[in-house]
Design a protein around this ligand. Structure first.
Ligand SMILES: [Mn+2]
Length: 309
């Protein structure tokens, strides 16, 4: 059995305001009074005073902190799996900088992603250089004793079109990475798997030997539907929780139950689960937060997994 605790995906749930760091920090402080969550997922924070504030809040709350740094590298137009050595070198240097910065505001996990899929002909080479990038970052991250690295496989063919990728391939690649970089783990996401056409439970099981945390996330997979893709879409509301997507509390509970049944792995005392829903400008953010929390609570209740220990 593995212990799994609820995580607040602050970055996505409060997306419209996270760019205003001082404002977002005030919201984080308010959010820290919600007893349900035992972990939090943030973006990359740049301001030194805000970093100190975030650290004070998360340490005071005893939250496990994930810092999602993947968008920073992608937004800079860089990729850890780039076949251009100059670009890849810049991406690795940036990743190290992000690890050091995230450690300042109390991060325990730093989240990365591969890079765009280069197509059939160059895929194997890209995987090879990605491994080299990850080994170098892992070596650097060893200086931070309570910090691990996580990599989130995305979909390859539908929306995010990343190198990693279908879970079977990811797991094979990961086994190789683990030999030299034991401080790397997988972050699994149900929407990417669903969009990739995977069976959710089977995919989750494949990731189990390396799994540190996961997202449940709603999406539409139907071709031609305007909502198709990884848009971090809304979940439904009681009583029927129906949306155009696949995710209901019952489906979420099935995943949570499965993950809780896995054998423990070295380095991971407790896993986290977050419900990934993105808010948009003009949303009532606290109403949205309540909706997300109510849904995730129901997932725990249906799975029979306790969250208030
Ligand atoms: Mn995700």
């Amino acid at each position: 059995m593995r212990e799994i605790v609820p995580s607040m995906h602050f970055l996505e749930n409060f997306m419209p305001v996270v760019g205003d760091e001082p404002f977002a920090v005030k919201l984080l402080e308010e959010a820290s009074h919600i007893p349900f969550y035992k972990a939090v997922e943030l973006g990359y924070i740049r301001d030194a005073a805000c970093r100190r504030e975030v650290r004070r809040i998360v340490e005071g709350r005893g939250w496990q902190v994930t810092a999602w740094c993947s968008p920073v590298i992608a937004d800079a137009g860089l990729s850890l799996s780039s076949l251009d050595p100059v670009e890849r070198k810049a991406a690795v240097a940036m990743a190290k900088e992000l690890v050091a910065g995230a450690a300042e505001y109390g991060a325990h996990r730093v989240g990365l992603q591969s890079g765009p899929d280069p197509g059939d002909a160059k895929r194997e080479e890209a995987k090879k250089v990605l491994l080299e990038s990850c080994v170098e970052i892992a070596e650097f991250a060893k200086a931070y004793p309570n910090l691990y690295l996580i990599i989130e496989p995305l979909d390859r063919f539908v929306h995010k079109k990343q190198l990693l990728g279908p879970i079977g391939e990811v797991v094979e690649w990961f086994a190789e990475l683990k030999k030299t970089a034991p401080n790397f783990y997988i972050h699994w996401d149900s929407a990417h798997e669903k969009l990739g056409g995977a069976d959710l439970i089977e995919s989750l099981r494949l990731s189990a030997p390396y799994l540190a945390q996961f997202h449940i996330c709603n999406c539409v997979t139907e071709e031609g539907h305007p909502y198709r893709g990884d848009h971090h879409m809304d979940v439904g509301q009681a009583p029927d929780y129906k949306t155009w997507g696949y995710l209901t509390p019952e489906v979420g509970a099935e995943m949570l139950k499965e993950a809780a049944s896995f054998e423990p792995i070295a380095g991971i005392d407790r896993m986290t689960i977050a419900l990934e829903v993105r808010s948009h400008l003009a949303d009532d953010l606290w109403a949205k937060e309540r909706l997300i929390r109510t849904f995730l609570q129901r997932v725990f209740d249906l799975a029979g997994v306790p969250y208030d220990k």
